[in-house]
Unconditional design. Structure first.
Ligand SMILES: NC(=[NH2+])NCCC[C@H](N)C(=O)O
Length: 396
Protein backbone atom coordinates (compact mmCIF):
# COMPACT_ATOMS: atom_id res chain seq x y z
CA UNK A 1 0.00 0.00 0.00
CA UNK A 2 1.52 3.33 -1.00
CA UNK A 3 1.37 6.17 1.49
CA UNK A 4 1.52 9.78 0.60
CA UNK A 5 1.82 13.15 2.34
CA UNK A 6 2.70 16.26 0.39
CA UNK A 7 1.21 19.04 2.50
CA UNK A 8 0.20 19.96 6.04
CA UNK A 9 -3.42 20.56 5.16
CA UNK A 10 -4.64 17.99 2.62
CA UNK A 11 -7.52 15.94 4.06
CA UNK A 12 -5.96 13.67 6.67
CA UNK A 13 -6.63 9.98 5.99
CA UNK A 14 -4.23 8.01 8.18
CA UNK A 15 -2.22 9.13 11.18
CA UNK A 16 0.07 7.40 13.66
CA UNK A 17 -0.43 8.32 17.32
CA UNK A 18 0.97 6.88 20.48
CA UNK A 19 -1.45 6.30 23.35
CA UNK A 20 0.56 7.21 26.46
CA UNK A 21 1.17 4.24 28.73
CA UNK A 22 3.43 2.89 31.45
CA UNK A 23 6.43 4.84 30.12
CA UNK A 24 4.84 7.97 31.64
CA UNK A 25 4.68 6.25 35.04
CA UNK A 26 8.46 6.23 35.06
CA UNK A 27 8.62 10.01 35.38
CA UNK A 28 9.68 11.33 38.78
CA UNK A 29 10.81 14.76 39.99
CA UNK A 30 14.35 13.40 39.77
CA UNK A 31 14.27 12.39 36.13
CA UNK A 32 11.62 14.56 34.49
CA UNK A 33 14.08 17.20 33.29
CA UNK A 34 16.38 14.79 31.57
CA UNK A 35 13.34 12.96 30.16
CA UNK A 36 12.11 16.28 28.71
CA UNK A 37 8.89 16.67 30.71
CA UNK A 38 8.06 19.83 32.61
CA UNK A 39 5.93 18.09 35.17
CA UNK A 40 4.70 14.72 36.33
CA UNK A 41 1.59 13.88 34.32
CA UNK A 42 -1.44 12.16 35.81
CA UNK A 43 -1.28 9.14 33.54
CA UNK A 44 -4.93 8.05 33.65
CA UNK A 45 -6.10 11.53 32.76
CA UNK A 46 -3.48 11.84 30.02
CA UNK A 47 -4.87 8.64 28.51
CA UNK A 48 -8.42 10.00 28.66
CA UNK A 49 -7.31 13.18 26.96
CA UNK A 50 -5.46 11.20 24.34
CA UNK A 51 -8.44 8.91 23.71
CA UNK A 52 -10.57 12.00 23.14
CA UNK A 53 -7.96 13.32 20.69
CA UNK A 54 -8.01 10.03 18.77
CA UNK A 55 -11.82 9.96 18.83
CA UNK A 56 -12.00 13.50 17.46
CA UNK A 57 -9.84 12.39 14.55
CA UNK A 58 -11.83 9.22 13.94
CA UNK A 59 -15.00 11.30 14.05
CA UNK A 60 -13.61 13.20 11.07
CA UNK A 61 -12.95 10.01 9.14
CA UNK A 62 -9.26 9.68 9.99
CA UNK A 63 -7.80 6.20 10.43
CA UNK A 64 -5.80 6.16 13.66
CA UNK A 65 -2.87 3.76 13.94
CA UNK A 66 -1.17 3.32 17.28
CA UNK A 67 2.59 3.05 17.47
CA UNK A 68 2.29 0.48 20.29
CA UNK A 69 0.05 -1.80 18.19
CA UNK A 70 2.26 -1.47 15.13
CA UNK A 71 5.27 -2.32 17.28
CA UNK A 72 3.61 -5.41 18.78
CA UNK A 73 2.62 -6.59 15.30
CA UNK A 74 6.13 -5.89 14.02
CA UNK A 75 7.68 -7.97 16.80
CA UNK A 76 5.92 -11.08 15.52
CA UNK A 77 8.46 -11.01 12.69
CA UNK A 78 11.44 -13.01 14.09
CA UNK A 79 14.10 -10.75 12.51
CA UNK A 80 12.41 -7.67 13.94
CA UNK A 81 12.26 -9.20 17.39
CA UNK A 82 15.91 -10.16 17.31
CA UNK A 83 16.99 -6.77 16.08
CA UNK A 84 14.92 -4.97 18.74
CA UNK A 85 16.52 -7.03 21.49
CA UNK A 86 20.02 -6.66 20.05
CA UNK A 87 19.53 -2.94 19.98
CA UNK A 88 18.79 -2.57 23.70
CA UNK A 89 21.51 -5.04 24.61
CA UNK A 90 24.08 -2.91 22.81
CA UNK A 91 23.82 -0.37 25.65
CA UNK A 92 27.35 -0.14 27.04
CA UNK A 93 26.12 0.47 30.60
CA UNK A 94 25.06 -3.16 30.89
CA UNK A 95 28.30 -5.10 30.92
CA UNK A 96 28.50 -8.73 29.94
CA UNK A 97 26.84 -10.40 32.91
CA UNK A 98 23.89 -8.04 33.13
CA UNK A 99 23.52 -8.18 29.36
CA UNK A 100 22.97 -11.92 29.68
CA UNK A 101 20.33 -11.41 32.39
CA UNK A 102 18.46 -8.80 30.36
CA UNK A 103 18.64 -11.01 27.27
CA UNK A 104 17.12 -13.93 29.19
CA UNK A 105 14.40 -11.69 30.53
CA UNK A 106 13.45 -10.28 27.12
CA UNK A 107 13.61 -13.68 25.43
CA UNK A 108 10.92 -14.84 27.84
CA UNK A 109 8.45 -12.12 26.87
CA UNK A 110 5.67 -12.43 24.29
CA UNK A 111 5.33 -9.76 21.60
CA UNK A 112 3.08 -7.49 23.61
CA UNK A 113 5.18 -7.58 26.78
CA UNK A 114 8.34 -7.11 24.76
CA UNK A 115 6.79 -4.05 23.11
CA UNK A 116 5.92 -2.72 26.56
CA UNK A 117 9.47 -3.26 27.81
CA UNK A 118 10.88 -1.50 24.75
CA UNK A 119 8.60 1.50 25.27
CA UNK A 120 8.31 1.70 29.07
CA UNK A 121 11.84 0.51 29.74
CA UNK A 122 12.94 -1.93 32.40
CA UNK A 123 14.00 -1.19 35.97
CA UNK A 124 16.64 -3.20 37.75
CA UNK A 125 14.08 -4.37 40.34
CA UNK A 126 11.96 -5.97 37.63
CA UNK A 127 14.67 -8.49 36.85
CA UNK A 128 14.79 -11.73 38.74
CA UNK A 129 18.02 -11.97 40.72
CA UNK A 130 21.30 -11.73 38.92
CA UNK A 131 25.02 -11.62 39.37
CA UNK A 132 27.90 -9.56 38.05
CA UNK A 133 29.33 -6.18 38.97
CA UNK A 134 26.90 -4.00 36.99
CA UNK A 135 23.90 -5.85 38.38
CA UNK A 136 25.20 -5.68 41.96
CA UNK A 137 26.23 -2.03 41.88
CA UNK A 138 23.05 -0.63 40.36
CA UNK A 139 20.27 0.85 42.42
CA UNK A 140 17.04 -1.14 42.26
CA UNK A 141 15.31 1.84 40.66
CA UNK A 142 17.95 2.34 37.97
CA UNK A 143 16.87 1.55 34.45
CA UNK A 144 18.53 -1.23 32.54
CA UNK A 145 16.39 -0.13 29.58
CA UNK A 146 15.50 3.56 29.63
CA UNK A 147 11.82 4.49 29.29
CA UNK A 148 10.64 6.53 26.30
CA UNK A 149 7.95 8.94 27.59
CA UNK A 150 8.34 11.17 24.53
CA UNK A 151 7.06 8.46 22.20
CA UNK A 152 3.83 10.40 22.69
CA UNK A 153 5.21 12.95 20.24
CA UNK A 154 5.14 10.75 17.14
CA UNK A 155 5.80 13.78 14.96
CA UNK A 156 9.45 13.83 15.79
CA UNK A 157 10.66 10.27 15.31
CA UNK A 158 9.50 9.89 11.71
CA UNK A 159 8.11 12.10 9.00
CA UNK A 160 6.60 11.30 5.61
CA UNK A 161 7.50 13.41 2.62
CA UNK A 162 5.74 12.31 -0.53
CA UNK A 163 5.84 8.52 -0.58
CA UNK A 164 9.03 8.26 1.44
CA UNK A 165 9.57 8.18 5.16
CA UNK A 166 12.39 9.88 7.01
CA UNK A 167 13.26 8.01 10.18
CA UNK A 168 14.82 10.94 11.93
CA UNK A 169 18.03 11.45 13.83
CA UNK A 170 16.92 12.70 17.25
CA UNK A 171 19.09 15.24 19.03
CA UNK A 172 18.32 14.57 22.68
CA UNK A 173 19.82 11.47 24.33
CA UNK A 174 16.49 10.79 26.10
CA UNK A 175 14.79 10.33 22.75
CA UNK A 176 17.37 8.60 20.56
CA UNK A 177 16.07 5.08 21.05
CA UNK A 178 12.62 6.08 19.78
CA UNK A 179 13.80 5.79 16.21
CA UNK A 180 14.98 2.24 16.69
CA UNK A 181 11.27 1.48 17.23
CA UNK A 182 9.89 3.56 14.37
CA UNK A 183 12.72 2.30 12.16
CA UNK A 184 11.77 -1.27 13.03
CA UNK A 185 8.09 -0.69 12.26
CA UNK A 186 8.82 0.83 8.86
CA UNK A 187 11.28 -1.92 8.01
CA UNK A 188 9.28 -4.97 9.05
CA UNK A 189 5.58 -4.18 9.42
CA UNK A 190 3.69 -5.58 6.41
CA UNK A 191 1.90 -2.27 5.96
CA UNK A 192 5.17 -0.46 5.26
CA UNK A 193 7.58 -2.97 3.78
CA UNK A 194 7.82 -1.42 0.33
CA UNK A 195 8.52 2.08 1.68
CA UNK A 196 11.62 3.99 0.60
CA UNK A 197 13.70 5.54 3.38
CA UNK A 198 14.56 9.16 3.09
CA UNK A 199 16.66 9.56 6.22
CA UNK A 200 18.11 7.41 9.00
CA UNK A 201 19.06 7.75 12.65
CA UNK A 202 22.76 8.36 13.22
CA UNK A 203 23.00 11.01 10.52
CA UNK A 204 23.14 14.73 11.35
CA UNK A 205 20.24 15.68 13.67
CA UNK A 206 16.84 16.22 12.11
CA UNK A 207 13.54 16.02 14.05
CA UNK A 208 10.10 15.79 12.44
CA UNK A 209 8.72 18.71 14.47
CA UNK A 210 11.02 20.91 12.43
CA UNK A 211 9.71 19.72 9.07
CA UNK A 212 6.77 21.64 7.58
CA UNK A 213 5.38 20.69 4.19
CA UNK A 214 4.35 24.16 3.08
CA UNK A 215 3.02 23.03 -0.30
CA UNK A 216 3.69 20.20 -2.73
CA UNK A 217 7.34 20.73 -3.69
CA UNK A 218 8.13 23.12 -0.84
CA UNK A 219 9.48 22.01 2.54
CA UNK A 220 10.44 24.26 5.44
CA UNK A 221 12.95 22.92 7.96
CA UNK A 222 13.45 24.61 11.33
CA UNK A 223 17.08 24.82 12.45
CA UNK A 224 17.61 25.24 16.17
CA UNK A 225 17.80 23.11 19.27
CA UNK A 226 16.89 19.88 17.47
CA UNK A 227 17.80 20.13 13.79
CA UNK A 228 21.28 21.31 12.84
CA UNK A 229 22.24 23.20 9.69
CA UNK A 230 24.10 20.08 8.56
CA UNK A 231 20.96 18.01 9.18
CA UNK A 232 18.83 20.42 7.14
CA UNK A 233 21.43 20.30 4.36
CA UNK A 234 21.56 16.52 4.27
CA UNK A 235 17.76 16.29 4.32
CA UNK A 236 17.50 18.83 1.50
CA UNK A 237 19.98 16.87 -0.63
CA UNK A 238 18.02 13.69 -0.11
CA UNK A 239 14.72 15.40 -0.83
CA UNK A 240 16.15 16.69 -4.12
CA UNK A 241 17.68 13.33 -4.99
CA UNK A 242 14.26 11.74 -4.51
CA UNK A 243 12.57 14.52 -6.50
CA UNK A 244 10.28 15.10 -3.54
CA UNK A 245 10.52 18.90 -3.63
CA UNK A 246 12.17 21.69 -5.60
CA UNK A 247 12.72 24.05 -2.67
CA UNK A 248 13.71 23.61 0.97
CA UNK A 249 13.62 26.61 3.30
CA UNK A 250 15.98 26.45 6.27
CA UNK A 251 14.45 28.54 9.05
CA UNK A 252 16.59 29.52 12.05
CA UNK A 253 14.68 29.36 15.34
CA UNK A 254 15.92 30.28 18.81
CA UNK A 255 17.78 27.46 20.53
CA UNK A 256 15.48 27.35 23.53
CA UNK A 257 13.09 24.90 25.04
CA UNK A 258 10.08 27.11 24.27
CA UNK A 259 10.91 26.96 20.57
CA UNK A 260 12.46 23.53 20.33
CA UNK A 261 10.85 22.82 16.95
CA UNK A 262 9.56 24.97 14.12
CA UNK A 263 6.07 23.62 14.81
CA UNK A 264 6.08 25.22 18.26
CA UNK A 265 5.93 28.64 16.61
CA UNK A 266 4.24 28.01 13.27
CA UNK A 267 1.79 25.50 11.80
CA UNK A 268 -0.40 25.55 8.70
CA UNK A 269 -4.16 25.89 8.90
CA UNK A 270 -4.99 26.40 5.22
CA UNK A 271 -3.24 25.94 1.87
CA UNK A 272 -2.03 29.54 2.11
CA UNK A 273 -2.25 30.34 5.82
CA UNK A 274 -0.30 29.71 8.99
CA UNK A 275 -0.86 30.40 12.64
CA UNK A 276 2.32 31.86 14.01
CA UNK A 277 3.71 33.07 17.32
CA UNK A 278 3.13 36.80 16.92
CA UNK A 279 6.29 37.75 18.78
CA UNK A 280 8.43 36.33 15.96
CA UNK A 281 6.21 36.73 12.89
CA UNK A 282 8.09 39.78 11.68
CA UNK A 283 11.58 38.56 12.37
CA UNK A 284 11.54 34.96 11.16
CA UNK A 285 13.86 34.47 8.18
CA UNK A 286 14.70 31.66 5.80
CA UNK A 287 17.56 30.48 3.64
CA UNK A 288 16.25 29.20 0.33
CA UNK A 289 17.80 25.97 -0.90
CA UNK A 290 16.98 24.88 -4.43
CA UNK A 291 17.80 21.82 -6.47
CA UNK A 292 20.65 22.80 -8.75
CA UNK A 293 22.34 19.64 -9.95
CA UNK A 294 25.22 18.31 -7.87
CA UNK A 295 25.25 21.00 -5.18
CA UNK A 296 22.06 22.69 -4.04
CA UNK A 297 21.94 26.47 -4.41
CA UNK A 298 21.57 28.45 -1.19
CA UNK A 299 20.39 32.06 -1.05
CA UNK A 300 19.20 34.41 1.68
CA UNK A 301 18.47 34.89 4.43
CA UNK A 302 15.32 36.87 3.76
CA UNK A 303 12.00 37.24 5.54
CA UNK A 304 10.40 33.83 5.94
CA UNK A 305 6.94 34.82 4.76
CA UNK A 306 8.24 36.30 1.51
CA UNK A 307 10.58 33.39 0.82
CA UNK A 308 7.80 30.91 1.54
CA UNK A 309 5.23 32.65 -0.67
CA UNK A 310 7.69 32.82 -3.54
CA UNK A 311 8.58 29.13 -3.30
CA UNK A 312 4.90 28.24 -2.98
CA UNK A 313 4.10 30.41 -6.00
CA UNK A 314 1.39 32.34 -4.17
CA UNK A 315 1.06 36.07 -3.60
CA UNK A 316 1.09 35.92 0.17
CA UNK A 317 1.37 33.33 2.86
CA UNK A 318 -1.30 34.62 5.22
CA UNK A 319 -0.61 34.77 8.93
CA UNK A 320 -3.77 34.42 10.97
CA UNK A 321 -3.61 37.53 13.08
CA UNK A 322 -3.96 36.32 16.63
CA UNK A 323 -3.57 39.94 17.72
CA UNK A 324 -2.41 38.87 21.14
CA UNK A 325 -0.56 41.06 23.56
CA UNK A 326 2.99 39.75 24.00
CA UNK A 327 2.36 38.22 27.42
CA UNK A 328 -0.75 36.27 26.39
CA UNK A 329 1.05 35.28 23.20
CA UNK A 330 3.99 33.98 25.18
CA UNK A 331 1.74 32.03 27.56
CA UNK A 332 -0.25 30.42 24.76
CA UNK A 333 2.85 29.68 22.71
CA UNK A 334 4.31 27.81 25.70
CA UNK A 335 1.10 25.78 25.89
CA UNK A 336 1.28 24.87 22.22
CA UNK A 337 -1.27 27.36 20.97
CA UNK A 338 0.51 27.51 17.61
CA UNK A 339 0.87 23.76 17.42
CA UNK A 340 -2.29 22.85 15.52
CA UNK A 341 -2.93 19.69 13.54
CA UNK A 342 -4.82 20.31 10.31
CA UNK A 343 -7.38 17.62 9.50
CA UNK A 344 -8.10 19.39 6.24
CA UNK A 345 -7.97 22.94 4.90
CA UNK A 346 -9.44 25.36 7.50
CA UNK A 347 -10.08 22.57 9.98
CA UNK A 348 -7.65 21.91 12.79
CA UNK A 349 -7.26 20.30 16.19
CA UNK A 350 -5.97 22.58 18.96
CA UNK A 351 -5.69 22.56 22.74
CA UNK A 352 -8.81 24.15 24.25
CA UNK A 353 -6.79 26.01 26.89
CA UNK A 354 -5.43 28.46 24.31
CA UNK A 355 -8.68 30.33 24.36
CA UNK A 356 -7.50 33.51 22.72
CA UNK A 357 -5.51 31.97 19.89
CA UNK A 358 -8.41 29.64 19.11
CA UNK A 359 -10.89 32.48 19.11
CA UNK A 360 -8.84 34.36 16.55
CA UNK A 361 -8.52 31.25 14.42
CA UNK A 362 -12.29 30.84 14.41
CA UNK A 363 -12.82 34.50 13.56
CA UNK A 364 -10.53 33.93 10.59
CA UNK A 365 -12.76 31.11 9.37
CA UNK A 366 -10.73 28.20 10.69
CA UNK A 367 -12.85 25.54 12.37
CA UNK A 368 -11.17 24.47 15.60
CA UNK A 369 -11.69 21.06 17.14
CA UNK A 370 -10.70 21.83 20.73
CA UNK A 371 -9.29 19.04 22.86
CA UNK A 372 -8.15 19.15 26.43
CA UNK A 373 -4.48 18.66 27.07
CA UNK A 374 -3.77 19.61 30.64
CA UNK A 375 -1.83 16.39 31.24
CA UNK A 376 -0.71 15.68 27.67
CA UNK A 377 0.86 19.11 27.46
CA UNK A 378 3.19 18.55 30.40
CA UNK A 379 5.69 17.14 27.93
CA UNK A 380 5.50 20.40 25.92
CA UNK A 381 3.75 19.21 22.83
CA UNK A 382 0.39 19.85 21.18
CA UNK A 383 -1.80 18.12 18.59
CA UNK A 384 0.75 18.45 15.81
CA UNK A 385 3.58 17.07 17.92
CA UNK A 386 1.42 14.12 18.91
CA UNK A 387 0.67 12.99 15.37
CA UNK A 388 2.54 11.56 12.41
CA UNK A 389 0.43 11.87 9.24
CA UNK A 390 0.92 8.87 6.98
CA UNK A 391 -1.71 9.61 4.32
CA UNK A 392 -3.21 12.87 3.23
CA UNK A 393 -5.19 13.75 0.13
CA UNK A 394 -3.68 16.25 -2.28
CA UNK A 395 -3.92 19.75 -0.87
CA UNK A 396 -6.02 21.54 -3.47
N1 LIG B 1 7.14 18.47 17.47
C1 LIG B 1 7.20 18.89 18.70
N2 LIG B 1 7.08 20.15 18.98
N3 LIG B 1 7.45 17.98 19.66
C2 LIG B 1 7.47 18.28 21.04
C3 LIG B 1 8.33 17.32 21.77
C4 LIG B 1 8.34 17.50 23.25
C5 LIG B 1 9.30 16.60 23.96
N4 LIG B 1 9.09 16.60 25.37
C6 LIG B 1 10.73 17.00 23.68
O1 LIG B 1 11.25 17.80 24.43
O2 LIG B 1 11.35 16.55 22.77
Amino acid sequence: MAHHVDSEVGRLRTVMLHRPGPELKRLTPRNNDSLLFDGIPWVGRAQEEHDAFAEALRGRGVEVLYLGDLLTETLSVPDARESAIADVLADERLGQALRGIVRAHLDGLDGQDLATALMAGLAHEELRTGTGLAYMMMDRHDFVIDPLPNLLFTRDSSVWIGEQVAVTSLAMPARRRETSLTGLIYRHHPRFTATTRLYEPGLESVEGGDVLLLAPGVVAVGVGERTTPAGAERLARRIFAGKLAHTVLAVPIAQERATMHLDTVCTMVDVDAVVMYPNIADTLVAYTITDDGEDPRVTGPRPFLAAAAEAMKIDVLRVIDTGLDPVTAEREQWDDGNNTLAVGPRLCVAYERNVETNERLMEAGIEVIAISGSELGSGRGGPRCMSCPIDRDGAD
